[in-house]
Design a protein around this ligand. Structure first.
Ligand SMILES: [Zn+2]
Ligand SMILES: [Zn+2]
Length: 171
């Protein structure tokens, strides 16, 4: 990102939309691919102390459902907010303790690695193809979203188990 237009002017800023492709990556042993390039709608502002980059990142990933293991496309939108300090000001102590600081040199800020990191850190713990995915039968492996299997399921519905526990506590 060319920030030469705001680099020397406190208060100056601009808005931009950038799009980038990133290679697949691994998370919890699963390969995750980008179904769509990552789009970042960002505002760059020279605060006088640093260049603040903030906005929203959006992308679509192809992931495997944690329950039924079927691949599906997961749309993710997440906030992006980072401060960029010139290398020579590396010992700068930000007032805003929550703001993560990166460094840059010259007229360009390479936000690519930070955008990629933000996507990876924003991944949910579990991927669900739908909120009511039935998953796989633990005994025969049938995908229960497609059709039920003939196994006898004697486990108690977890929601009923919670209710039972709750009722026990009331006595
Ligand atoms: Zn599923
Ligand atoms: Zn089964």
């Amino acid at each position: 990102m060319d920030i030469s237009s705001i680099r020397d002017t406190e208060g100056a800023g601009f808005q931009t939309v950038v799009s980038a492709n990133f290679p697949p990556f691994h998370s919890a042993g699963e390969e995750i691919r980008y179904h769509q390039p990552v789009t970042a709608e960002l505002e760059f502002t020279n605060t006088g102390k640093l260049i603040l980059a903030q906005g929203l990142i959006n992308t679509v990933l192809t992931v495997a459902c944690s329950r039924c293991l079927e691949p599906f496309n997961l749309e993710l939108t997440m906030p992006f907010r980072l401060g960029y300090c010139e290398n020579r000001e590396q010992d700068f102590d930000p007032l805003d303790q929550d703001l993560e600081i990166r460094t840059f040199d010259g007229n360009f800020i390479d936000i690519g690695p930070d955008v990629e990191e933000t996507v990876i850190l924003s991944l949910p713990m579990k991927f669900m193809c739908s909120p009511d995915c039935r998953g796989l039968c633990a005994q025969c492996g049938q995908n229960l979203n497609i059709q039920p299997c003939d196994c006898k399921h004697e486990q108690i519905d977890p929601r009923l188990a919670i209710l039972r526990e709750f009722l026990d506590q009331q006595q």
